[in-house]
Every structure is written in C-alpha cells, then in structure tokens.
Design a protein around this ligand. Structure first.
Ligand SMILES: [Zn+2]
Length: 380
C-alpha cells in the first residue's frame, strides 16, 4: 500500500474498485496508523460494492478529519466526510465508516415511500436500525471486527433497550412527543437499537429456516427489486417482498414498532461464519440512577429525584445546582459497570462543591444475550 503526504497536513491513498478510483484522505493525528485506516476503508468500500454488485461510482472520496471529542459524519454526492476524535479506536472508526457508507444504499437506493406524517421518523427502525446491523456484519465479513467484539456490540444494544425507560413506547406516543416538542435523543437511539434487534431476529429466523437464507441475501435482493423501480418501493411492496422471502415484515412492524412490544430472539443464531451463536436469557440489573439525568443536564439543576431511590439516599435533592457527572450513562463509550456513578453538585452558588457516589443499578430483569457456542472435544 502506497500513501503520500499532501498539503494541509493530510495523508492520502488511492485504490480502485473495478477501475473506479476511491481517494482516502486522513487529516489529523490519530492513535490508529494511517495505513490501517486506509486498509479499513478499502475493505469496507470494496465489500459494500461487491455486496450489491453496484460499481457505478465514477469517483468517490472519503475524508477523515480530526475534531475534538466528537464522532460525526456527513455524506454528500460521491463523498463521505467524517469528523472524529483523535483517540477513536479502530473498531469505532470502522463502524462509523461502514454505517455511513451503507446509507449509500439504505435508504439512498432502497427508499420505502409513504405519505403519512412523521413517517421518516417512524421508519428509522429500518433505515437506521438495519444500517446499524449491517455496518457490523460488513466488518465481520471483511475481517475487520472479531466475532467476540461483534457479539459484545450486539449484546450492548440489547442492554441499551433493557435499560431504556422508553423500551415499550408505541409509535403513537413517539409522534405525540414530536408534536409536543419533547422528542429527545433517546427516542432516536431507540429506533436504531430496536431496528438492529429486529434485523437480528429476522437473520436468526431466516438462517434457522429450511432454505437457510440470510438477511444479507434479503437486503441484496431487496436492492435489486428496488433498482427495477427506480430505487423506490411502496410500503406494501416492501411487505409483500419480505413475506415472499419468509419474513413477516408487516406483522413485526405492527407488533414492535407500532405497538412497542419487546423483541425476543430465537435461541440460536447460525452465523455464516463457522462459529455458532447461542442466545440465552440472563439476569440484568436495570440502570436507574434514581433521578432524571436528561433534564438535569439540560437545566443544570438536579431534577426528578425519586423519593428513597439511589440518588435520594446518596443525598441528591431536586433543585441542587448540577456541576458535573462521571460514569453516568450506560451505553456510552467508556461506561464501566464496576465504577460508581459520581455526581457533583452545589447546594447554591456560594457553597462548595459536593460529590456523591453510588451504584446506579436497580431491579433485576431478564434480557437475552448472545454467546459463542463452545464445541468441546472429549478426550478419550
Ligand atoms: Zn445512520
């Protein structure tokens, strides 16, 4: 692999997919070697185009810029630009690249059309959830993500739903929230997690069926179907197509997205890779800090303290001035179950800061988690 330095402190690398050039530019001082970034981009772009048999890109550019403390990306025609923190790890970077570039097909070339209000938001379970699912699947297939890490990330998404107070919210409730101007980021994240879990459910159902189809096969076929219709299909066409493939899309949409029911997985997931994955129920402590973290951060005042809850017993009261918190959001990168949640407050402007610490875990619930099936060979 050959790369060279260009003006503006960047490094660049060009490769071809079926004679079509792809330019990768890295600007910044990342903890990952540029060669590894280039290698990752080449594998992702090549595999995604191979997946769909879609090579109609006269030119494509991927630009990775360093920005403090964020991870964000934006796709424009023939280009993907992202801004990421310098200490991003290779898995995180590959996931954002794989996710954002997967949008070149979903929903760009597989658009499900509808006229109903708020339809775009309600359908994020498919456009964002399935993109979340396939982003990791592509990395697994490209050899950029280990099977252990793949399972760990899926388990985290299932935990995130388990933790969410919104886990059984209905589409009508979500629409009402948007109308009231109370829609916040956890509603959006929920669509990603739910959609990714529905994708995994369909994957397991397909792979456990007689035909041994896969969800990758489904999305590739759906892409070809959409191509014959100018990239756009109606919801009814989507449901009929899915049903013919052995997927009960209409029924699952009603049950899980419209109705908010909990999504349960079958007990095994035969991956296309050699390993087999088991799915079992485990006891899981729900994350519950005992106060409303979202409103607290928004208003800088401790809010929603539940009487005799964890925060209350540690000394937090509504109306205290919020200064900062540590280890406060399960699901965030770096959250550690073995560390205490710390909240620093001031009783009022003139008082000194006080820090309280407590375990933000509450009641036990059952959630499903994936694990690699170990095959033992008996010693004789
Ligand atoms: Zn996305």
């Amino acid at each position: 692999m050959i790369s060279s330095r260009i003006g503006g402190g960047g490094e660049h690398y060009t490769f071809n997919v079926k004679e079509k050039p792809v330019l990768v530019v890295v600007k910044g001082n990342f903890g990952i070697a540029s060669q590894d970034i280039f290698n990752g981009v080449e594998k992702i772009v090549t595999l995604q185009r191979d997946w769909f048999g879609d090579y109609e890109y006269p030119f494509y550019r991927v630009v990775i810029n360093e920005r403090k403390e964020i991870i964000a990306g934006t796709a424009v025609k023939n280009q993907f630009v992202c801004f990421v923190k310098a200490d991003i790890d290779a898995d995180e970077l590959n996931i954002i690249l794989s996710h954002e570039m997967f949008h070149n097909w979903l929903p760009e070339k597989i658009k499900i059309t509808h006229t109903a209000d708020y339809y775009g938001t309600i359908y994020e379970w498919f456009t964002e959830g399935f993109t979340t699912y396939f982003a990791k699947k592509i990395l697994l297939e490209a050899g950029l993500l280990s099977i252990e890490k793949y399972i760990e990330l899926i388990n985290k998404e299932i935990q995130n739903i388990g933790d969410s107070q919104l886990k059984n919210v209905t589409s009508a409730e979500i629409i009402a929230t948007i109308k009231e101007g109370k829609f916040y980021s956890e509603y959006k994240k929920l669509a990603y997690w739910r959609g990714a879990l529905i994708a995994l459910k369909w994957e397991a159902e397909l792979q456990n069926s007689k035909e041994k189809e896969s969800l990758s096969g489904f999305i590739k076929a759906l892409y070809r179907f959409a191509q014959n219709k100018g990239g756009k299909i109606s919801e009814q066409e989507f449901h009929l197509f899915s049903e013919e493939f052995g997927i009960h899309a209409a029924a699952d949409f009603e049950k899980y997205i419209v109705g908010g029911a909990s999504i349960l997985l079958p007990h095994s997931l035969p991956l296309e890779v050699s390993e087999s994955v088991e799915i079992a129920e485990i006891d899981f402590h729900v994350f519950d800090p005992g106060f409303d973290l979202i409103t607290t951060k928004k208003t800088s005042l401790i809010s929603g303290v539940a009487k005799n809850g964890k925060a209350y017993n540690a000394g937090l009261r509504d109306g205290m001035k919020f200064v900062r918190s540590e280890n406060s959001t399960r699901g965030d990168f770096g959250w550690n179950e073995d560390r205490l949640l710390k909240v620093t407050v001031k009783e009022n402007e003139t008082e000194a800061e006080i820090t309280v610490a407590f375990i933000p875990l509450d009641s036990l619930v059952k959630i499903q988690q994936l694990s690699l099936k170990t095959v033992f060979t008996r010693m004789q």
